[in-house]
Design a protein around this ligand. Structure first.
Ligand SMILES: *[C@@H]1O[C@H](CO)[C@@H](O)[C@H](O)[C@H]1NC(C)=O
Ligand SMILES: *[C@@H]1O[C@H](CO)[C@@H](O)[C@H](O)[C@H]1NC(C)=O
Ligand SMILES: *[C@@H]1O[C@H](CO)[C@@H](O)[C@H](O)[C@H]1NC(C)=O
Length: 651
């Protein structure tokens, strides 16, 4: 083992690496980002602006290039400085080289060769994905765009009709089928949004209040982390960003991707917990499976499909800056091609697409949900549950480790400066272990186990007071989660790349350990035995944000992309600036989420609820039917709760 390690260290130290550079040495390197003035370029109506990546090369030995390469070699905290991002106004900057009939790429290369050679004795090779365009970038509106617009208009009309008829015809009732328009009433949906989670008859469902807090906080952290990308692109001071990477507190955030496990835990916990409660009345059977699959699909898909359709069409027309092609147009093109993978919830098993990269979670969660339902139906007795859950848990631990070992991946998803620029497209670790369903099974199993345990504990009249003496330990769990994230820090230290077994160990252990700790926290929130976390997490405002969180999650990447595409100048990165940007994106996401929730998500959820509860009640005994009228007033509160739970199950 020892020689093995030594061998690796020896091998790695063979290539020279520069870990730190002082400012004066740093200033010798050509700037990472450079943009010619974008607006001035189009003073000439025929102006052409090119956005490109160029690789630095040199035919003769060049000490500067060596330094750049050695500095870039430490990829975990440094940008790749051999790749420069430039925006060139070709008719001004490359006036002498520009001829209408010559290939643009050759023109650019010759021009940049000259300027780089004069300044740095370096040459350039323009890489393939360059984009040269005139002022008007947006493609003409096609029939896809038109049909999306028409569908959106129809949904808006339904909302209008629903709200108006709800407002004016409150007393009178539409006959039968027409009553569905009430699902689209914004008045009713608003009440749902602000409904208190307390109006619930079953204590056991009331106990789930704290989950709103967990969900809302998590989604805000996720959006914040993603927003940081906007502060990184086009930075005039990338050295500042690279230096931030040396602070420990930043390492906690860099490995914060672990919190996505929380969603898997909550989702599968709710699955088991709700089904156990429901199975007191109706014995679960395999007949439920297709029903459940369809229901979940219907529940998730409307708002997802609307955002997907808008991403493929109208969101692409909002901004138009130098980076429009790279960050917006490519997504549009890919979404038009890959939409069906998204609607079938299998997009996380296809790599290389720019279309809604955040949707990996929805796909993985759906796959795990179906797995959870099957496990639930297969294992009815206590013993079979234990065996089954343990087996799958072990498999779930081993699979990511195998991927990491055989595909030579990183132990954690490393948010390196260079990666953040690409949104992880074609990152092997992201593709093979992070986003797949089968590599995230541990969180799901832990959630299920907690669901069974808590249900049984409550069934046997468990007393929360008994746990009170453990509350100090419990309060330590949250910092412990932070510590888990911090442990990824080793990957960012100034040292040669770690040997492969370290990566494998991380892939093996980190997610399960984090999930177990997080699982205990969640269990504690539901048992409600202490006051500190409970008060924080059961704050009323979280309920609202938590209801909007699914829509905010769908929306936020589109906002980030458009913000990047609007940028026409380089910027100075500072922490307050980035925080301010994060706050703006946060606010923007939740505002859009509000509309999406009111106009699309909730109306369709109501509709599905109405259809399914009809089929369910007809299957049940009919003697409740007389009381439905009397219950109409009370009913919203009851359906509210069940809707909440479905919404929660979703994420
Ligand atoms: C910066 O580092 C270079 C060598 O890497 C050295 O020659 C130079 O003196 C340093 N400058 C300062 C201001 O420390
Ligand atoms: C930096 O980018 C160049 C060009 O794409 C590539 O050849 C090189 O391997 C990259 N360096 C690192 C350390 O990834
Ligand atoms: C620019 O320099 C590179 C490296 O020497 C060379 O491969 C390329 O052909 C040059 N481009 C032009 C247009 O001269």
């Amino acid at each position: 083992m020892c020689t093995f390690v030594l061998f690796f260290i020896f091998l790695n130290s063979a290539t020279a690496v520069i870990y730190r550079l002082n400012d004066s040495a740093y200033a010798h390197m050509p700037p990472l980002f450079h943009l010619d003035n974008y607006e001035e370029c189009f003073d000439d109506p025929e102006g052409v602006y090119c956005t490109l990546e160029l690789n630095l090369v040199s035919e003769e030995p060049n000490p500067l290039l060596n330094m750049i390469q050695e500095y870039s070699e430490h990829q975990s905290t440094h940008f790749n400085h051999t790749i420069l991002n430039q925006g060139i106004c070709i008719k001004q900057t490359c006036k002498e080289f520009y001829k209408a009939d010559v290939d643009l790429r050759l023109t650019l290369e010759a021009c940049l060769n000259e300027s780089l050679y004069n300044k740095y004795k370096l040459k350039a090779r323009v890489s393939n994905g360059f984009d040269c365009s005139k002022r008007e970038k947006h493609p003409p509106i096609d029939y896809v765009g038109l049909s999306v617009a028409i569908i959106c208009l129809i949904i808006l009309m339904l909302n209008l009709i629903g709200s108006l008829s709800d407002y004016y015809l409150k007393e009178r009732k539409f006959p039968g089928v027409f009553r569905f328009v009430y699902c689209f009433s914004i008045f009713r949906n608003w009440e749902k949004l602000v409904a208190s989670p307390d109006k619930c008859r079953d204590d056991r469902l009331l106990a789930l209040k704290g989950l709103h807090g967990i969900r809302a906080i998590n989604i805000m952290l996720v959006i914040t982390c993603h927003s940081v990308a906007t502060g990184e692109l086009l930075s005039v001071n990338p050295h500042y960003i690279e230096e931030l990477y040396t602070y420990s507190i930043v390492h906690v955030i860099l490995n914060g991707t672990l919190i996505m496990q929380t969603f898997f835990i909550v989702s599968s916990f709710l699955l088991v917990y709700n089904w156990m409660i429901r199975s007191e009345k109706h014995e679960p059977s395999w007949k439920l499976l297709p029903m459940q699959i369809i229901r979940r699909w219907l529940r998730l898909t409307p708002s997802y499909a609307v955002i997907l359709a808008l991403t493929a069409t109208w969101f692409g027309r909002i901004a138009s800056g130098p980076y429009w092609e790279r960050y917006v147009s490519r997504e549009m093109v890919d979404c038009r091609q890959d939409w069906w993978k998204h609607l079938l919830y299998i997009s996380n098993y296809y790599d290389g697409s720019n279309c809604m990269p955040q949707a990996w979670y929805l796909a993985a969660d759906t796959q795990l949900y179906y797995m959870g339902v099957i496990i639930f139906l297969l294992s009815r007795s206590g013993l079979s549950r234990k065996i089954m859950l343990s087996l799958i848990f072990i498999v779930g631990i081993i699979l990511p480790a195998l991927h990491t070992y055989y595909q030579n991946l990183d132990g954690i998803l490393m948010i390196t400066p260079q990666m953040a620029l690409t949104f992880f497209v074609n990152n092997p670790t992201f593709d093979n272990t992070y986003k797949r369903g089968h590599t995230n099974m541990t969180g799901c199993i832990i959630g299920m186990a907690i669901g069974y345990m808590l249900y049984n504990w409550q069934q046997t009249g468990g007393d929360p007071k008994k746990f009170q003496k453990y509350r100090y330990i419990y309060w330590c769990l949250f910092p412990l989660c932070g510590l888990c994230c911090y442990s990824g820090s080793v990957f960012f230290w100034d040292q040669p790349p770690l040997p492969r077994y370290v990566h494998v160990l991380y892939a093996l252990l980190l997610k399960p350990i984090f999930s177990i700790i997080m699982g205990v926290i969640i269990a504690g929130v539901i048992v409600r035995f202490e006051g500190l976390y409970r008060t924080i997490l059961e704050w009323r405002a979280w309920t609202l944000l938590s209801r909007l969180s699914f829509c905010a999650y769908l929306m936020h990447i589109a906002i980030i992309r458009n913000i990047i595409a609007m940028q026409t100048t380089t910027q100075r990165s500072t922490i307050p600036g980035v925080l301010l940007q994060c706050a703006k994106i946060q606010l923007g996401s939740f505002i859009f989420a509000f509309f999406l929730w009111m106009l699309v998500e909730t109306p369709f959820a109501n509709l599905i609820q109405a259809i399914f509860s009809k089929t369910e009640t007809t299957a049940q005994n009919d003697n409740e039917k007389d009381s439905t009228k009397a219950e109409d007033e009370k009913r919203p509160s009851k359906t509210d709760v069940s809707v909440n739970i479905v919404v929660l199950t979703k994420m």
